[in-house]
Design a protein around this ligand. Structure first.
Ligand code: HEC
Length: 99
């Protein structure tokens, strides 16, 4: 672990990354209704059961490891980037929309 450069702010645009790599399943607004989401059926990020009691760290680990039908992203995102993704991109999507 100590050898990994942990960049809290890598300067990458994680919102753009989400739109390029995640929205295909999770949808631009996190509804889980992206073109492939219809088939694979991830729960909407707005569903109160989504994320359960998971911490940002847990979710970052899940994103990097992959989960169920979701591919692993460890080769594209550092743990710190995945954590920022959860905090700055995914969590905001959970509250903003009512639908
Ligand atoms: C190929 C479709 C697909 C892509 C692309 C995808 N996901 Fe997923 N994701 C899923 C599915 C399906 C699940 C539900 C997995 C399960 O059955 O537990 C999921 C689960 C998750 C969860 C866990 C939700 C929870 O309540 O535990 C998070 C967080 C998540 N995805 C974030 C992302 C992020 C961030 C990206 C882009 C880096 C991404 N996903 C890309 C299909 C996808």
């Amino acid at each position: 672990m100590a050898a990994l450069p942990l960049r809290a702010d890598s300067g990458r645009d994680l919102k753009a990354f989400y739109e390029a790599r995640c929205a295909v399943c999770h949808g631009a607004e996190g509804t889980g209704r992206g073109p492939d989401g219809i088939r694979l059926g991830p729960r909407s990020f707005q569903d109160p059961r989504t994320f359960g009691k998971a911490t940002d760290e847990d979710l970052a680990t899940a994103i990097r490891a992959g989960q169920g039908a979701m591919p692993a992203f460890s080769f594209l995102l550092t743990q710190a980037e995945a954590r920022s993704m959860v905090k700055d991109v995914l969590r905001p999507l959970t509250g903003r929309k009512r639908r």
